[in-house]
Design a protein around this ligand. Structure first.
Ligand code: BTN
Length: 245
C-alpha cells in the first residue's frame, strides 16, 4: 500500500491544514508552495510530493530522495510574528520533528540551525524561504532508505535504517504538522526555548564557514531570532557550522 495515498493523508492530517496539493512527482515542493503562496495560498496550505526532480537544499544545494522513500513537503505559513523572527520557522520545523520522534522513542538532535540528526547522521533537511509576509517551510525526512548515494553514505540515515522499524509516512506527517502548527501559531520566544533543548551544537566547539567565517569558538546560545551566539561575542546568522569538539 502507498502510505502517501491522498485519501489516507486527508484522513490523517489535522484540520489546521487548510488546503492540500499532492504530487506523485514534481520539481520541488518549495517551488510549488512559493508559487501558490504568491497566488494567495492561506496559512496552513500544504504541498506534498512522493518524488522531486529538482529538490532544493540549503545554500544552493540539491536534495535527492528516491520515489517512495521520504516525506517531502512544504507548508505555506503566515505567522503572526514580527517578520524579523521568520528565521525561527525553520527552527520550529526541527523542534517539531525532534518532538515527534521522541514520542516514537527515537532520540534525535539538531545541529544548528536545522539539520535533524540521529546519532551523527542527518535524517532530515529543512529549507525555509521567506518573502513578503509569508514563509514556505520545506522539509525532507528520510523515512525508508536503506542505502544512500556514495557522497552522503557516511553522513545520512533514515528512520528505518537507524531503528530497524517501519514507519507510515502519512501518520508521521500528521504528527509533525500538529506540532508545527502549535509552534508557529504560538509565541515566537517559545520556539527558541523549545529549540534549546534539542540543539546539540550548544556548548560545543564549532568552526563556522560561509558568509560569516571562518572562525572557531564555543557555541553558547541562540538569540531571539535563532542566530547562534559564540562565546567571544560573534553572532552567526547563516553558514555551515562544523561541530569540532
Ligand atoms: C538541506 O539542505 O538540508 C535542506 C533540504 C530541504 C529539502 C526539502 S524536501 C521538501 C522541500 N522541497 C524542496 O525543494 N526542498 C525541501
Amino acid at each position: 500500500m502507498n502510505d502517501l495515498d491522498q485519501a489516507v493523508l486527508r484522513r490523517a492530517l489535522p484540520g489546521w491544514v487548510t488546503e492540500l496539493r499532492y504530487f506523485s512527482q514534481t520539481d520541488s515542493t518549495n517551488r510549488q508552495a512559493a508559487a501558490w503562496a504568491q497566488a494567495g495560498a492561506p496559512h496552513g496550505s500544504l504541498v506534498i510530493a512522493d518524488f522531486q526532480t529538482a529538490g532544493r537544499g540549503r545554500l544552493g544545494r540539491r536534495w535527492l530522495a528516491p520515489a517512495g522513500s521520504s516525506l517531502l513537503f512544504s507548508v505555506v505559513l503566515r505567522p503572526g510574528w514580527d517578520p524579523q523572527l521568520f528565521t525561527l520557522v525553520s527552527l520550529a520545523g526541527a523542534v517539531a520533528l525532534c518532538e515527534c520522534l521522541e514520542e516514537k522513542g527515537i532520540a534525535a538532535a539538531v545541529k544548528w540551525p536545522n539539520d535533524v540528526l540521529i546519532g551523527e547522521r542527518k535524517v532530515s533537511g529543512i529549507l525555509a524561504e521567506a518573502a513578503a509576509g509569508v514563509v514556505v517551510l520545506g522539509m525532507g525526512v528520510n523515512v525508508k532508505q536503506e542505502r544512500f548515494p556514495p557522497e552522503i553514505q557516511a553522513t545520512a540515515t533514515s528512520l528505518q535504517a537507524s531503528t530497524g522499524r517501519r514507519f507510515d509516512r502519512s501518520q508521521l506527517l500528521a504528527g509533525l504538522i500538529r506540532r508545527l502548527a502549535s509552534l508557529v501559531d504560538g509565541p515566537a520566544p517559545a520556539v527558541v526555548d523549545r529549540y534549546r533543548r534539542w540543539c546539540e551544537t550548544l556548548g560545543r566547539w564549532v568552526r563556522v564557514d560561509g558568509s560569516y567565517g571562518p572562525v572557531e569558538d564555543r557555541a553558547v546560545d541562540v538569540d531571539s531570532t535563532g542566530a547562534l551566539i559564540l562565546e567571544h561575542g560573534d553572532i552567526v546568522r547563516a553558514g555551515d557550522v562544523y561541530q569540532i569538539g
